[in-house]
Write a protein that binds this ligand. Sequence first.
Ligand SMILES: [Zn+2]
Length: 572
Amino acid sequence: MRWTQSLIPTMKESPEGAEIPSHVLMLRAGLIGQVMAGAYTYLPLGLRALRKAEQIVRDEMDRAGAVELLMSALTPIALWERTGRVEAFGNVLINFKVKRQNRQVHMALGPTHEEVITDLVAHHINSYRQLPITLYQIQTKFRNEERPRFGVLRTSEFLMKDAYSFDTSVEGLNASYDKMYQAYCNIFQRCGLAYLPVEAESGPIGGDASHEFMVLSDNGEDRVVHCAACSYAANLERADIGQRIAMKAVTQPEPLTKVDTPNAGSIEQVSKLLKLPPERFIKTLIYVADGNPIAVLLRGDHEANEGKIRRVAKVTKLELAPAEVVQQVTGAPVGFAGPLNLKAPIWADHDVQAIANAVIGANEADKHYTGANMPRDFQVQSYADLRNAGEGDPCPRCAGKLALRHAIEVGHVFKLGTKYSDALDARFLDDKEQQHAAIMGCYGIGINRIVAALIETSHDANGIIWPMSLAPYEVILTPLNVNQEAVMQATNALYEQLQKAGVEVLLDDRDQRPGVKFKDADLIGIPLRVVIGERGLKAGQLEIKWRTEAEPAMIALDGAAEAIATMVREKR
Ligand SMILES: [Zn+2]
């Protein structure tokens, strides 16, 4: 490709509104253009990188025995009603009615395709002889994103690979899952991503039912914990915490004392006012759990983990209580709840037990208590692990400590069980003519996120650093002066020879100063740059420079195409 014939609108400055390196660089390198918040056009260079990621994914899925198909993005709303996911998705499900002759047809743009694929299997598979099967597609998905940001990392429209396995037994599901897990490792490795599989939510199958594939990055929106000693890794929702070390108990219990805390309804405000650290506070959160209020006590500097609370309280729906419920349960406005005389059962996190002379809400506007001690002043129903793990917490598997990191989720594998096959009648007959629901797994990869996560973790001050596997072009040819006939003759000859050798070449044939071209070559991040100049040609030499290296090297002009093609092949 010749630069002047393509569309590569590079930018010198950081565009407004772009907050993180991958977003800035994708815009500056001319990979994408924004159409509206949460929707982007892939420009020629961006599309080439995206297609390469897509092809690696397809390749590894095929190798793992999965079969590709393509489902429609338009789906009838009735399918989503049958599985109860119209409510579950809520505002995320983009759905609308269109007029067809005299009737209204209600449809949704697929945010994922469990319903469509299960309905398909229900129609075409009825015997154990047809199973197992894993079907996949690479297709555009739609999810209304209330706060689109970070470029292509969080959008309402994105390219996804979604795969679904159907098995006759849990053992079969486990085997299908393991194949996908291994395929994912291969994919992310080939894409040059430093990935980390982490334990995620456990589904209906229980046990080791779900993993997310994460790329550690300071700008990632997900949080994961990782133990370097034993390699335990889990997302924050799922992460267990090992045996807690009790805080040093204060030997002298203080009396319970009511103090004025005017307009101070947050731990931070009260902490400043009373000059006591948040670790000395007991935070009282009021939730509505399956319709009933419950109270949860946490140390002031800890975060509640709603998944853990749900499991301990054995409820499915959990929400922070609205102001009127807080008022009913505590007798005070939001911000002053405490464990004394509460009209709700109280659950407390293990770490609460270790706080002596604690600060608690007084269940009265603008008042707190200091010197609260258990069990003298209040009791709790039960202690449990109810909070998010944090940096330095004990590992649940060994004597090591947990590290907390930000990450970008690029893939997810999940053992679904029979939720969808039951709801949509995807059943098969076994060898004794008995009918069973197919046992399913689902497996997603965000293709756009592969590209963004790569850039997020592989760039420098000058621009993107592509691995050969995802680079839009493998080699960029940079003639120093396009007006010199000898230079252009040599450049064009090399361009033709490299293409013949199967190398993907971008020829920067713009009539620009070398400095501008070098900057742009670094910005768009093509792995190998070849400079063709008058002086070098006279000496029978070309300058080559890897994007990852600071200094260029010279190679002989004679046989240069072959030498370059070999170098490229070695890095593929
Ligand atoms: Zn460990």
